[in-house]
Design a protein around this ligand. Structure first.
Ligand code: UDP
Length: 321
C-alpha cells in the first residue's frame, strides 16, 4: 500500500512510519518541522520505500503518487507546542485537515484523523467514553488545540457523510516513549530529564491530577488496527491505567534507579497561563477499542519507562556533545 503520514517526523508519526515500513508499505512522511524533527526519521532516509516531503499542510497537501491511505497526524500536540504556535495549531486542525481530506478524496484513499482526549476538555464524565461530548472552554488557552481537533473531527465526519469517504477518528490519550522532544514541557520528558540530571521533579499543583500513560508501540498498534477497520465512529486509544501525577513522579524516580537523587517538588509552579484549564482527571474508557479492534495496551509503565529512559539518556548525551 502507499500511505501518506502527515506529521511523519513527529513523535507518534515517526513510529507509525517505522511500523508501516516494517510491514512492507511505501510511506511518504510529510512535515513542516515546527514541532517534528528530521532526527526522528533520519534512519529511514535512503530506504527505497520511504520518502520525506517538507510541506506545510496548511498551505498545501499534495503528492503525485497514488495513495491507499492518508493518516493525518500533523499538529503541535504538547501544551507548550500549541501554546507557542496557537494560530498554526488552529489552522492545521482546520485548513490543514481540509487539505488532507481533499487529497484523500481525490486519490480515493481512506483517511485517519488523529484526534485527542482534549476534545473532552476538563471532563465531567469519568472515565471518558466516546459518547461524551466534552467540557471545553472555547476561549481558554488550550482551546487552540481542543477546538482545532473538534473541528477536524467535524470536518472528517462531513467528508464521510457527503462523499462517503472511508474515514477513521482516533482519540489519542497521553502517549509517551522514545522520540518525545526533550523540551516540549510535557510531564514525561520533564520528569525523565529532571531525573537524569538529578534535578527536582516539578509536580504542578498538589500532584492529585490524574493521567493514564500509553506506551507509543501500543498506540501505533491501535492506530493501524483502526485504519484497516470499518469503524467510522471515534475510538479512544489510550491506556486505562490511571495514576496521579505524584504517583507518576514516584514511578519515574524508581525507574531512574538508585543513583537518582532528585527530590519531588510539590507545587512547582509553571506560568499561570499554562496551567489554566489543566484537566484534573483523565482516563479513557476503551470498551469500543476492545470490542471493535480487539485492542488493548500491553506494555507496562515499568517497561515503557525503561525504554524511554534509554532514549533520553542517549538524546541528552547528543545534546551535550
Ligand atoms: N505536569 C507536572 N509537571 C510538569 C509537567 C506537567 O506536574 O513538569 C502536570 C500537568 O499540570 C498535568 C499533567 O502533568 O496535570 C500532564 O501534563 P502534560 O503537559 O504532560 O500533558 P496534558 O495531559 O496536560 O496534555
Amino acid at each position: 500500500m502507499n500511505i501518506l503520514v502527515t506529521g511523519g517526523a513527529g513523535f507518534i508519526g515517526s513510529h507509525v512510519c517505522d511500523r508501516l515500513i516494517a510491514e512492507g508499505h511505501f510511506v511518504i512522511a510529510m512535515d513542516n518541522f515546527i514541532t517534528g524533527s528530521r532526527r526522528n526519521v533520519a534512519h529511514l532516509i535512503g530506504h527505497p520505500r520511504f520518502r520525506l516531503v517538507e510541506q506545510d499542510i496548511i498551505k498545501a497537501c499534495w503528492v503525485d503518487e497514488p495513495l491507499d491511505a492518508v493518516m493525518n497526524l500533523a499538529s503541535p500536540a504538547s501544551p507548550r507546542g500549541y501554546l507557542d504556535n496557537p494560530i498554526e495549531t488552529l489552522l492545521v486542525g482546520s485548513h490543514g485537515t481540509y487539505n488532507a481530506l481533499e487529497l484523500a478524496r481525490l486519490k480515493g484513499a481512506r483517511f485517519l484523523q488523529a484526534s485527542t482526549s482534549e476534545v473532552y476538555g476538563d471532563p465531567l464524565e469519568h472515565p471518558q467514553k466516546e459518547s461524551y461530548w466534552g467540557h471545553v472552554n472555547p476561549i481558554g488557552v488550550r482551546s487552540v488545540y481542543d477546538e482545532a481537533k473538534r473541528f477536524a473531527e467535524a470536518l472528517t465526519m462531513a467528508y464521510h457523510r457527503k462523499y462517503g469517504l472511508q474515514t477513521r477518528i482516533a482519540r489519542i490519550f497521553n502517549t509517551y516513549g522514545p522520540r518525545m522532544s526533550l523540551d516540549d514541557g510535557r510531564v514525561v520528558p520533564n520528569f525523565v530529564r529532571q531525573a537524569l540530571n538529578n534535578e527536582p521533579l516539578t509536580v504542578y499543583g498538589d500532584g492529585s491530577a490524574t493521567r493514564a500513560f500509553c506506551y507509543v508501540s501500543d498506540l501505533v498498534e491501535g492506530l493501524l488496527r483502526l485504519l484497516w477497520s470499518e469503524e467510522v465512529r471515534p475510538v479512544n486509544l489510550g491506556n486505562p491505567h490511571e495514576i496521579t501525577i505524584l504517583e507518576f513522579a514516584q514511578a519515574v524516580k524508581w525507574a531512574a534507579g538508585p543513583a537518582c537523587t532528585s527530590p519531588i517538588l510539590i507545587h512547582a509552579q509553571p506560568s499561570a497561563e499554562r496551567i489554566a484549564d489543566d484537566p484534573q482527571r483523565r482516563r479513557p474508557d476503551i470498551t469500543r477499542a476492545r470490542e471493535v479492534l480487539g485492542w488493548e495496551p500491553k506494555v507496562s509503565l515499568e517497561e515503557g519507562l525503561r525504554e524511554t529512559f534509554t532514549y533520553f539518556r542517549q538524546a541528552l548525551e547528543l545534546e551535550k556533545a
